[in-house]
Design a protein around this ligand. Structure first.
Ligand SMILES: Nc1ncnc2c1ncn2[C@@H]1O[C@H](COP(=O)(O)OP(=O)(O)OP(=O)(O)O)[C@@H](O)[C@H]1O
Length: 293
């Protein structure tokens, strides 16, 4: 185990998890987070294995963003434990931050800078060494197919291009874990597919782990190795999309394979629409395609 300065840490107990190939990329144990009276994350248990694309699914208010923000160290861990490749997110915040790239829901690109300047800014913030920085920036832009548009102002980009630019910003530090909060919300189907194809291509090339939140059950079904269905602060069902769909078909005694959304409705029950909003409501109320410009 290392401390935030990267030096060996004295006194690491024998029972502590260390950064080995066997360590989970993300491990949350009884993670809880409250905003006043609201228990946003409720004793969350979550493990993401190294190299997998894991989808954290759930409707508005399920607690996905709060959990993600604890994992990225942007929020403290008031109760429970969060580890990233074995590093304790509460005690080794800098070590954790160095391992991950994060694309938040909020716009993280500057409309007044070119694509290249935006990515270069992130390279400086994430301490990518000056030597070779230009090449790393160019590689990150190429990985998301923005080489030709790299020297245009981001304010002229389409919604899909902005999302890919934000992906390049997160990739420039060569993270081992990429965390994306609603990466495709508000994009048209072609742009959504484009974002996923680039995520997958980088994952295939680097073996990076991907943790993604989404409301889009169809995307999770198609692109995630495993999914966790989150509702009211907890994971209510966990498995590969095929396992979850098959499981519901067996419970219902039907040959017709249900959708992942059917699975979610089954595990979340009638409370889904009353308290947390419907998936379609969320889609129609949140539009980010024109976030820049
Ligand atoms: N800063 C805050 N102050 C007070 N309550 C908050 C705050 N952020 C989130 N919450 C509440 O915590 C709960 C979980 O919210 P969170 O944003 O984590 O859910 P989510 O699943 O990410 O939803 P969304 O899909 O809308 O982003 C909700 O009830 C929300 O209203």
């Amino acid at each position: 185990m290392t401390n935030d300065a990267g030096a060996p840490q004295a006194g690491a107990g024998a029972s502590e998890v260390v950064d080995t190939p066997q360590a989970d990329a993300v491990s949350c144990t009884r993670l809880a987070y409250e905003f006043g009276e609201t228990r946003a994350v409720d004793d969350l248990e979550l493990s993401v294995a190294q190299g997998e694309v894991f989808g954290l699914l759930g409707p508005n208010g399920a607690g996905k963003t709060t959990a993600i923000r604890c994992i990225t160290t942007l929020l403290p861990v008031p109760a429970g434990m969060v580890r990233v490749f074995g590093h304790d997110a509460a005690k080794e915040r800098m070590a954790v931050r160095r391992l991950l790239g994060y694309v938040p829901q909020q716009l993280s690109a500057d409309a007044g800078l070119t694509g290249r300047e935006n990515v270069a800014l992130f390279a400086r913030v994430f301490d990518v060494s000056r030597r070779g920085r230009g090449e790393r920036v160019a590689q990150a832009l190429a990985a998301v197919d923005l080489t030709d548009a790299a020297d245009r102002l981001a304010g002229t980009y389409s919604g899909g291009m902005v999302r890919r630019l934000e992906l390049a910003q997160a990739l420039v530090s060569a993270p081992r874990l990429l965390i994306l909060d609603e990466p495709t919300i508000g994009l048209d189907p072609i742009a959504r597919t484009g974002v996923w194809e680039h995520i997958n291509a980088v994952r295939d090339a680097t073996g990076m782990t991907v943790l993604v939140t989404t409301h889009y059950m169809d995307e999770a079904d198609q692109y995630c190795d495993r999914v966790g269905l989150m509702h009211r602060g907890r994971i209510r069902a966990l498995g590969t999309p095929a396992e979850l769909r098959q499981g519901l078909a067996e419970r219902r005694g039907t040959d017709t394979l249900p959708t992942l959304e059917d699975v979610f409705r089954d595990v979340a029950g009638s409370g889904l629409d009353e308290k947390s909003g419907d998936f379609r409501d969320v889609r129609s109320t949140r539009r980010t395609a024109h976030r820049v410009g």
